[in-house]
Ligand binder design. Structure first.
Ligand code: NAP
Ligand code: MG
Length: 482
């Protein structure tokens, strides 16, 4: 593909023989798989070929009520009474079982969500088990994490997650909640429910007490039912700023605690003294990882003027080599866009960029006929006032600007309602420290991008949300500290 006119990589598809996807999935409530009260099901499709993978139960308010009651019973009778050391053993067992079944999880994640198997296999699933291992270790050490305080669990936690890292977001939510002694009602996104349902099977295999984790699949209405249920003590949400604002309104004046992880529009800043080839790889990683379906994606690129031309040449060359196609092929760099709706959103932004008369670059590649696809896209000389520089696109579209001075780029980078993440590329440590202290972003990567670790807190400023996930800071969100 790309400019490789004379030859192509041979296909290297990951085997799917070891994966069994059922025709129909039920809700996981009170340790059992149960039919939805209203008997309704929805379809989840493979975005790479538009084929239906399975029918999945659609939970309504009655099902959510059942799940919250099961979670309450498990909380009061078992989980909150159990010692941290015992809780930790269950979470360790779960982490090991996920490792054992990692290939199965990775393939299902790529089938249901469209991300390249290389990412689900090497990034998502290993991070999922790392997250459970890390939090298993905290379960019996909470009093040491918060000296002179008496950490106690909050109760029943409602957790609502998006489709971009389906199983990883489930792990980010479930692992700290359980380690801290809470029980859980989790809702996966409508377009990617299958790995969370597989996780339910593994939770059952791990022998967790009934009702400690409940998984209710459904749509936005299911999420609303969780948010509005009076038996929920805390809501943890990851998703769009729009829905986040609705949840703030719905929980205002209640006793529900709330943490929100919302959108982003990160600045990735390259200085003249940066190692250029590494920076080019970091830019590509920053915007094309997971098709750009990443809240912390480096979606605004700032390049210092002196190196701009050279860097743009290398960036175009690099993008010409990217392989877009079958997510299950081990050579694939860019998989399918998660849903038809998201593809339309991205295409509308590309149209807008063209309408603004911006210079655009896309490699000349043939996209597959079936499925939802978008070529990696660059827009040059994007004005601060352009929609492409202001709004989160959540796709493989990079808005590029140039700058002259450090102060100028800090002002431009911070000129956004978001503040989730940023990247800095330079040879000078002093410049890194100057920028990390001045950029208003929860995470700042230096000479790397999109690196995650369970020990490191993640979360945003301003409209990117509040609260942290991961590390000691992430535990605080799941504890009463007196
Ligand atoms: P979304 O529409 O906000 O959906 C997120 C979750 O909320 C889904 O499970 C969704 O269910 C559910 N939901 C929808 N309407 C709801 C309502 N009224 N009440 C309660 N729950 C509701 O976001 P998305 O389009 O799936 O995801 C993309 C967005 O998430 C982007 O803006 C991205 O930046 C953000 N995100 C942020 C982070 C972070 O860590 N900060 C991570 C990933 C994604 P359905 O799927 O069934 O509609
Ligand atoms: Mg799907």
């Amino acid at each position: 593909m790309g400019n490789q006119t004379n030859w192509n990589w041979d296909p290297a598809p990951e085997s799917t023989d070891h994966v069994k996807i059922k025709e129909q999935y039920q809700l996981f409530i009170g340790g059992r798989f149960v039919k939805p009260a209203n008997g309704e099901y929805f379809e989840t499709v493979n975005p790479a070929n538009e084929k239906v993978l399975a029918k999945v139960a659609l939970a309504d308010a009655a099902d959510v009520d059942k799940a919250v009651k099961a979670a309450r019973k498990a909380y009061s009778n078992v989980w909150s009474k159990m010692s941290g050391a015992e809780r930790g053993k269950y979470i360790f067992r779960l982490a090991r079982l996920i490792q054992e079944r990692a290939r199965e999880f990775a393939v299902i994640e790529s089938l249901d969500g469209g991300k390249p198997i290389r990412e689900s296999r090497d990034v998502d699933i290993p991070l999922v088990s790392a997250h459970f291992f890390y939090h298993a270790g905290w379960a019996d050490k909470l009093e040491y994490a918060f000296p002179n305080k008496k950490p106690s669990p909050i109760g029943v936690v409602g957790q609502i997650i998006p489709w971009n890292f389906p199983l990883l977001m489930a792990a980010w939510k479930i692992a700290p909640a359980l380690a801290c002694g809470n029980t859980v009602v989790l809702k996966p996104a409508e377009s990617t429910p299958l790995t969370a349902l597989k996780l339910a099977e593994v939770i059952k295999d791990a022998g967790f007490p009934d009702g400690v984790v409940n998984i209710v699949t459904g749509d936005g209405g299911t999420g609303e039912a969780i948010v509005n249920h009076p038996g929920i003590d805390k809501i943890a949400f990851t998703g769009s700023t729009e829905v986040g604002k609705k949840i703030i309104r719905a929980t205002a004046g209640t006793n529900k605690k709330l943490t929100l992880e919302l959108g982003g529009k990160a600045a990735n800043i390259v200085f003249e003294d940066a190692a250029l080839d590494q920076a080019v790889d970091g830019i590509v990683e920053g915007i094309y990882f997971n098709q750009g379906h990443v809240c912390c994606a480096g979606s605004r690129l700032f390049v210092q003027e002196g190196i701009a031309e050279k860097l743009f040449r290398r960036l175009k060359h690099r993008i010409n080599q990217l392989i877009v196609g079958d997510p299950l092929d081990k050579n694939t760099d860019i998989g399918a866009i998660n849903s038809k709706g998201q593809l339309k959103t991205i295409q509308a932004y590309i149209k807008q960029g063209k309408k603004e008369g911006l210079e655009m670059f896309q490699p000349e590649i043939a996209l597959p006929k079936k499925g939802y696809w978008c070529a990696p896209t660059l827009f040059f000389d994007v004005a601060q006032s352009s929609v492409l520089a202001k709004e989160e696109i959540f796709g493989p579209v990079l808005a590029i600007q140039t700058f002259r001075t450090v102060d100028e780029v800090i002002a431009k980078a911070n000129n956004t309602p978001y503040g989730l993440s940023a990247g800095v590329w330079t040879d000078k440590g002093s410049k890194v420290f100057n920028l990390t202290s001045q950029l208003k972003a929860g995470v700042v990567w230096a000479n790397t991008y999109n690196k995650f670790d369970p020990t490191s807190p993640f979360g945003g400023y301003k409209e990117s949300g509040f609260g942290r996930e991961g590390g000691v800071h992430g535990l605080e969100a799941y504890l009463n500290l007196n």
